[in-house]
Write a protein that binds this ligand. Structure first.
Ligand code: FES
Ligand code: FES
Length: 163
């Protein structure tokens, strides 16, 4: 039997929100079903595909396997919190410029993983890029365009850091 629902105070995309749910509820369900944040996608539900990734602090985390009770008041950023259609985050802009999508289902995870990578390493090597994305699955085979987008985002982040 699932534990009883109780209130949780979360910080999501810079805003404080209160939700009531069982402590073992996956964060992904709260984001999508309660907060209407549909950037994170439900793919495998098992922590294997990366489609549901969000930033917890500066780390990319799979929200489908993160119980609400384990958040411990750490701030969550979803795709929606990075940028907007009118003012995309530099990583989002790089993916658009590279046309790095077919169906787009994996892109939430790819972009979140890239943002996390560039926050810890503004000038990643090719190996570091591939390492960061290695457990993010793309069934459309868009890997080459995605890698090109990540390299472009890294170049612009590195240039920005240097200036
Ligand atoms: S849906 Fe979370 S890793 Fe696949
Ligand atoms: S673009 Fe379709 S799964 Fe990656």
């Amino acid at each position: 039997m699932s534990p009883a629902a109780r209130p949780f105070q979360l910080i999501v995309n810079g805003e404080s929100v209160r939700v009531t749910a069982a402590p073992d509820t996956p964060l992904l369900y709260i984001l999508r079903n309660d907060l209407a944040l549909n950037g994170p996608k439900y793919g495998c539900g098992l922590g294997e595909c990366g489609a549901c990734a969000v930033l917890v602090g500066d780390r990319a985390v799979r929200s489908c396997t993160l119980p609400l009770a384990d958040l411990n008041e750490r701030a969550v950023t979803t795709l929606e919190g990075l940028g907007t259609a009118a003012a995309p985050h530099p990583v989002q802009a790089a993916f658009i410029a590279a046309q790095a999508a077919q169906c787009g289902y994996c892109l939430n995870g790819m972009i979140i993983a890239t943002v996390a990578l560039l926050r810890r390493d503004s000038s990643p090597s090719e190996g570091a890029i591939r390492q960061a994305l290695r457990h993010h699955l793309c069934r459309c085979g868009t890997h080459m365009e995605i890698l090109a987008a990540v390299r472009a985002a890294a170049r612009s982040t590195s240039a920005e850091t240097a200036s």
